[in-house]
Design a protein around this ligand. Structure first.
Ligand code: ADP
Length: 463
């Protein structure tokens, strides 16, 4: 049956071939989604990834540069040129690498290709934490107490701002990311020193000395809201995730929904996120990250891309987020409304990393034996196989183990079973550490805060 005019993709958005500008498990995941949508794929690789298994299943597979990410997966010119040569009409950036680079999104569109993500201007607004906070405050999204403007130079004004917020405060670089460029200030006598140090760090690491100040929350949980928007003024939120299990600000285990959050508390926050998307003309998928403390939500940042942990929301909402993202980029009208969105059961994701389970140092080498779990409610997103060589050049994520079950307790039991059935030999992985974590009583109760995992690790080391 022909599509109605309303449901057809806008002519300018049409594409039938997607270049996947990424590697690893997410390159394999995006390729599957493309194929299911009837799209052709162009896989790219660096010299270190020439043997990547998703290369042989793509319609074209092209090496774009040396092993160093700066010369391959971050080489904007090479990626755009390859897309044109291979006849791709769109580029999917995945996560990491160029996924939140506004200049890249702009260059892709200027080359006449579709960037599968939001507009360059949305990325730029959200990439600057001060402008993001300002946009969110204007849209009625609850933010961490503190001004939505850069800190001035005048010491007396800075002191007044800190007093108004109340100690402890946190100084953050407007251009910061990856858990860097922030400093906690417990009391007034170290305020100016903390600002000077953070400003210098920000100047060096992010190319801008712009800083802002907000309340430091002492025991928050990290809870985030997934949104998906089309180009026609429609947006929905797909429920929430808890990503409080972090080590050095890096997520290790994620779950959906966030446990013990009453629907009437999260509902207005989800709706405010949708409103914010409509106000800024957001398109595609995105995540609003919040800290949650004493029953209140505080926005910290928006990720303008697909996230590593998107599968837990796919399991509970039943929505294929990657397919929905690609369809939105094709100009299709979102095929679900908020009333259709439900959250069924509970899902966990474990990030399996090639690293030492005690020291967390990366572990490269050949996987000489691999056994992956299977069964009802078990999903594995990975690109590795027996004989795969884990290279030292990139992120250590080698697989994501995802489970889904009717209740949180059942999902935990299923993850214990899935972890027991996972064997990776030849390299070190964090599997022993994940197995121990899923035996922990406080984690089983839920409601552990963002500091819990580090404290748990300290206690384990001391024991
Ligand atoms: P990045 O972009 O570097 O990831 P975020 O703003 O998302 O920075 O913050 C990263 C982490 O830092 C948060 O998950 C939280 O652990 C901590 N953090 C950030 N802001 C605050 C705050 N106001 N109070 C307490 N912790 C914070």
């Amino acid at each position: 049956m022909p599509e109605t005019l309303e449901h057809s993709a806008a002519a300018g958005h049409r594409f039938d071939t997607v270049l996947i500008a990424n590697r690893g498990e997410i390159a394999a995941r995006i390729q599957r989604a493309c194929r299911e949508l009837g799209l052709k794929t162009v896989a790219i690789c660096s010299e270190a990834d020439r043997e990547a298994p998703y290369g042989s299943t793509a319609d074209s597979f092209l090496c774009i540069g040396p092993s160093s990410a700066a010369k391959s997966y971050l080489n904007q010119h090479a990626i755009i040129l390859t897309a044109r040569l291979a006849g791709a009409g769109a580029i999917h950036p995945g996560y990491g690498f160029l996924s939140e680079n506004a200049a890249f999104a702009d260059a892709v569109e200027k080359a006449g290709l579709v960037f599968i993500g939001p507009t360059a201007s949305s990325i730029a607004i959200m990439g600057d934490k001060i402008s993001a906070k300002r946009a969110m405050m204007a849209a009625g999204v609850p933010c961490v107490p503190g001004p939505d403007t850069a800190l001035p130079d005048d010491p007396a004004t800075i002191e007044r701002i800190a007093l108004e917020i109340g100690y402890p405060v946190i100084i953050k670089a407007a251009g910061g990311g990856g858990g860097r460029g922030m400093r906690v200030v417990p009391k007034a006598d170290v305020l100016h020193e903390a600002i000077a140090l953070t400003r210098e760090e920000a100047r060096k690491a992010f190319g801008s000395p712009s800083l802002y100040m907000e309340k430091f929350l002492e025991h928050p949980r990290h809870i985030e809201i997934q949104v998906i928007c089309d180009d026609h003024g429609n947006a929905v939120w797909l429920g929430h995730r808890d990503c409080s299990m972090q080590r050095r600000h890096q997520k290790v285990v994620e779950e959906a929904p966030a446990p013990w959050i009453a629907p009437d508390i999260i509902q207005p926050v989800g709706l405010a996120c949708v409103q914010a998307c409509l106000q800024i003309g957001y398109r595609g998928v995105g995540t609003f990250e919040f800290l949650y403390e004493d029953g209140a939500f505080y926005f910290i940042e928006m990720n303008t891309r697909l996230q590593v942990e998107h599968p837990v929301t796919e399991m509970t909402s039943g929505v294929d987020i990657v397919q929905a993202q690609i369809r939105a980029a094709q100009g299709h009208v979102l095929d679900l409304i908020q009333g259709d969105v439900t959250c069924e059961g509970h899902s966990f994701e474990c990030r399996i990393n090639a690293e030492d389970p005690e020291t967390f140092l990366p572990s490269a080498g050949v996987v000489n034996h691999l056994a992956l779990p299977a069964g009802p409610g078990i999903r594995v997103d990975t690109h590795i196989h027996a004989g795969y060589k884990v290279s030292p050049y990139y992120d250590s994520l080698i697989a994501k183990l995802i489970v889904h079950a009717p209740t949180r307790a059942e999902a935990m039991a299923r993850m214990r079973e899935a972890l027991a059935g996972t064997e990776v030999e030849g390299i070190s992985t964090n599997i022993p550490f994940l197995r121990a974590l899923f035996e922990d009583g406080a984690f089983a109760q839920g409601e552990t805060d963002i500091h819990y995992l580090e404290q748990w690790l300290k206690l384990r080391r001391a024991a």
